[in-house]
Design a protein around this ligand. Structure first.
Ligand code: ADP
Ligand code: ZN
Ligand code: ZN
Length: 677
């Protein structure tokens, strides 16, 4: 090959794809999908070859030479490039910004020492080729039916595995995996979980069940070296099962035959910065592209997926009962806080229930989605409150550290000794977070083993896992935690769940708030009563402290009635013209002053308003975001909507081109299918 032109996608702020000349040795013939090292400005960077041609439109004297091609690494397959290409186009981002972050950092170094070492290490690893599972339990009829439907599906087959909490969805996935591994000698399976903290539990299950196949994990807390090794094992087809969080959807899996998305309703599948993608949506696209089955599992499916299941687009597989014989769904009871006034955040009824569990040696869980000691401190003399100077938010009291901390910009300060405005020395914490409840619990139940799990208590690497292990071992009597404890965990000794303060979310402006609250409460309630009731033990129950016991959301919770609740929400969405009956995109802008951000959005609106491409598109008025100021910048947003996804996509493409041409100094970003409105 005398010389050729490589089109290379780079993760650089400018355009995404650049031409380079290649005149290397014949033995190193580059292919599309290979990584290549190229000069960029004063740096050397690694990009992905997305096309190879004979000529370039760039003038000969301006073309630079590519420095090296990583031919020791198999090229990224065409299907992977297609996935990255689709994501770039759909989310309106440059290709390099989508594709490169999908490749581990260590592969993007200018030297290949780490890569060569990893390849050598994997070459020596003996790969199990024995997909026969061990210790499979006998599935119940519904589980078996679901597993067979998944394991036997052919072609593109999206399925919703709708199973109550504790119905044994994991065993269904594992059985389906066994069928696929047995049928496809080189086949790979991708299993996604919403939270890093859920990987060890499932990883353990998979390893125990499939000791003869290689499992790779991909999530953000892997060290770079490990991450490269696991990524390579997937890319080279050695790892037959890949378990990961949302970023794993962008892994290279040349032999992918099945995708499983556990707890598919979970908001964590949506990335909230940079490339704002939905791993669930990309998974469905990937399955469609590869013509393979994809399973979305949940006890509380997202309304989008539920809608598809109702309309027949997704096949619905249902598990109505808990898998463990005699384990029954807990009784959900509402505790009216108007009658049973909480003391220290906990009502008499809940306190009595806690005491009873302690006497019987059973575990309890208190759920409060607010960390810190108190969300704000105030001066009762003059009305001063601990506002953050940089955000539209309060500084949260972290009593143990003697600090006030803003959870949005991380600003910290010592707790003031007296009121900054009037000098009053008696400053009071207002409201309560998990730390304050923990303090109260220790006072009420001095002999109990109490553990708090939230983002503050698990900051150190590995500490979350240790904490969950302690609970599983039974070394905890009362667990108090935020949403971290609400998801997916199979706590076997838990018979009581107390939900402390769920009401605030009932009146949110975000139309998704009630869908989310209901899912969260169903999930946390579902942690109780997962094993057969012990002889003389307590029946499992969930106590919900509320001031609005007549609210329909709580009624549905008491009846464990997701179906009807989801049906009602969908009907409301249909009437109001909201997703999933409508497609949305959100343009956001931020500037030191609100007027500038709004001004930019107004200009962005004006530049499309009169155009024919905006037909069938509603461009709303720019408004300040509900939390307007964060870290000294004001933020505003502009929502566009359309009943047609292709029309919206065409509009966005043109719009983004015009916005880039505006070269505004205001910082802006677009989110397609936004989740926080
Ligand atoms: P889900 O994910 O649906 O909430 P899990 O997969 O965590 O439920 O299963 C709940 C419990 O039921 C686990 O302890 C699991 O070991 C057990 N289990 C699942 N399937 C069976 C079965 N067929 N027989 C006995 N126990 C089962
Ligand atoms: Zn004061
Ligand atoms: Zn702040």
């Amino acid at each position: 090959m005398p010389h050729c032109i490589l089109r290379i996608a780079l993760d650089t702020p400018l355009h995404a794809v650049f031409d380079y000349r290649w005149s290397g040795a014949e033995a190193e013939r580059p292919q599309v999908g290979h990584l290549a090292l190229v000069p960029f400005g004063t740096r050397e960077v690694v990009g992905i070859i997305v096309a190879i041609s004979e000529a370039s439109e760039v003038a000969e004297e301006k073309l630079k030479d590519a420095l090296a091609v990583r031919t020791q690494l198999a090229p990224l397959p065409a299907q992977w490039l297609a996935l990255a290409g689709f994501a770039a186009e759909y989310y309106q981002r440059p290709l390099g910004e989508v594709a490169l972050p999908g490749v581990p950092k260590n592969l993007r170094l200018s030297t290949t020492v780490a890569l060569d070492r990893a390849i050598k290490k994997l070459a020596k690893t003996t790969i199990g080729h024995d997909p026969v599972p061990v210790g499979m339990p006998v599935l119940n009829a519904e589980q078996q039916q679901a597993a067979d439907a998944i394991g036997g599906a052919e072609g593109f087959a999206p399925m919703l595995l709708y199973g109550v909490t504790g119905s044994g969805k994991t065993e269904v996935y594992l059985q389906a995996c066994a069928q696929v591994l047995a049928r496809e000698p080189d086949g790979q399976i991708l299993v996604l979980v919403p939270e890093i903290n859920l990987t060890p539990q499932l990883e353990g299950n998979i390893r125990a069940r499939f000791p003869g196949v290689m499992l790779a994990t991909l999530h953000s807390s892997l060290a770079e070296g490990e991450r490269m090794l696991h990524w390579l094992a997937a890319h080279q087809g050695q790892a037959r099962i890949v378990l990961g969080t949302r970023l794993a959807i962008l892994a290279s899996l040349p032999q992918l035959k099945l995708i499983v998305i556990d707890e598919e309703h979970d908001p964590s599948y949506k990335q909230q910065e940079g490339l704002r993608y939905s791993a669930r949506d990309l998974a469905v696209w990937r399955a469609w592209q590869l013509k393979i089955p994809v399973v979305l599992g949940s006890a509380t499916p997202s309304l989008e997926s539920w809608h598809h299941a109702q309309s027949g687009r997704y096949r619905k597989l249902e598990l109505r009962e808990r898998a463990v014989k005699q384990a029954v769904l807990p009784a959900v009871k509402l505790v009216n806080m108007e009658h049973d006034k909480p003391d220290g955040g906990v009502t008499m009824q809940l306190k009595a229930a806690l005491r009873q569990r302690l006497e019987r040696g059973e575990q309890s869980l208190l759920f409060l989605n607010r960390r810190g000691y108190a969300p704000v401190i105030c001066c009762e003399a003059c009305g001063w409150v601990s506002d953050c100077q940089r955000c539209t938010a309060f500084m949260v009291l972290h009593k143990g550290e003697f600090k006030l901390r803003c959870h949005h910009c991380s600003l910290e300060m010592r707790i003031p000794r007296h009121c900054p405005t009037c000098g009053n020395v008696d400053l009071q914490p207002l409201g309560r977070g998990t730390q304050r409840i923990e303090e109260n619990l220790r006072e009420w139940f001095p002999a109990a083993r109490i553990l708090r799990i939230d983002a503050d208590s698990t900051r150190r690497k590995g500490s979350a896992q240790e904490a969950f292990d302690t609970v599983h071992r039974g070394d905890v009597d009362i667990l108090i935690g935020t949403q971290m404890v609400a998801k997916g965990h199979d706590f076997k000794k838990l018979t009581l769940v107390g939900i402390l303060n769920p009401d605030t979310a009932l009146f949110s402006q975000d139309y998704r708030a009630s869908e989310r609250l209901f899912a969260q409460l169903m999930q946390v309630a579902g942690r109780a009563g997962r094993t057969a009731q012990a002889e003389g033990g307590s029946a499992s129950e969930v106590l919900v402290q509320t001031r609005y016991p007549e609210h329909p959301l709580y009624g549905a919770l008491v009846r464990h009635d997701y179906d009807r609740f989801a049906g009602a929400l969908l009907a409301e969405r249909g009437q109001a013209g909201l997703p999933p009956y409508l497609y949305q995109a959100m343009l956001r802008a931020e500037a030191p002053e609100l007027a500038k951000a709004i001004g930019f959005l107004q200009a962005a609106r004006d530049c499309m308003q009169a155009d024919t491409i905006a037909e069938g598109i509603t461009i709303n008025e720019p408004i300040p975001m509900s939390m307007t100021r964060v870290y000294n910048v004001d933020r505003a947003q502009l929502l566009v909507e359309s009943p047609s996804r292709p029309a919206l996509q065409a509009f966005l493409k043109e719009w983004m081109a015009r916005l880039r041409d505006m070269k505004s100094r205001v910082k802006w970003s677009l989110e397609v299918d936004p989740v926080d409105i």
